[in-house]
Write a protein of this length. Structure first.
Length: 137
């Protein structure tokens, strides 16, 4: 799946769109996404809310895991928050850990503009025997 196709399909991910997450680049088993930090992303401690960071990582994970055209749904994820963020842009880079099969494992690193790691996310998907809805035949 190329970047333009992924952007078209994942416009239907309404929650990620609501938070402002954008797809930057897509290749097979890979996705880079970004989130420009706004006031709405801040928690009471004036750092980016963990849910916003999770949403960024989760969209990159979803796009990377579905990049082969087969519908893939998360069955397990984990995130560790390593550093707070307060301004700028965050990037999530999702990479495939295993060859595509019925189960797929992915690592996602969330970093700031300086390249410092903000969070580490890993997840596993189950690949259904079905094409992604909206994918051109």
């Amino acid at each position: 799946m190329d970047t333009d196709t992924a952007k078209k399909i994942f416009t239907h991910d309404r929650y990620a769109a609501l938070t402002g997450v954008e797809i930057v680049e897509v290749k097979a088993g890979y996705c880079k996404a970004r989130l420009v930090i706004e006031d709405k992303h801040m928690n009471a401690a004036n750092v980016v809310q963990g849910g916003a960071i999770f949403t960024l990582a989760d969209l990159a994970f979803a796009v990377a895991s579905n990049s082969h055209g087969q519908l893939s749904l998360a069955i397990n994820v984990n995130i560790s928050f390593l550093k707070g963020a307060t301004a700028g842009t965050l990037y999530a880079v999702a990479t495939e850990v295993t060859e595509p099969g019925r189960l797929g494992a992915y690592d996602v690193l969330v970093s700031d503009e300086a390249g410092e790691i903000i969070a580490r996310f890993n997840g596993m998907v189950y690949r259904k025997n079905q094409q992604i809805p909206g994918l051109p035949s």
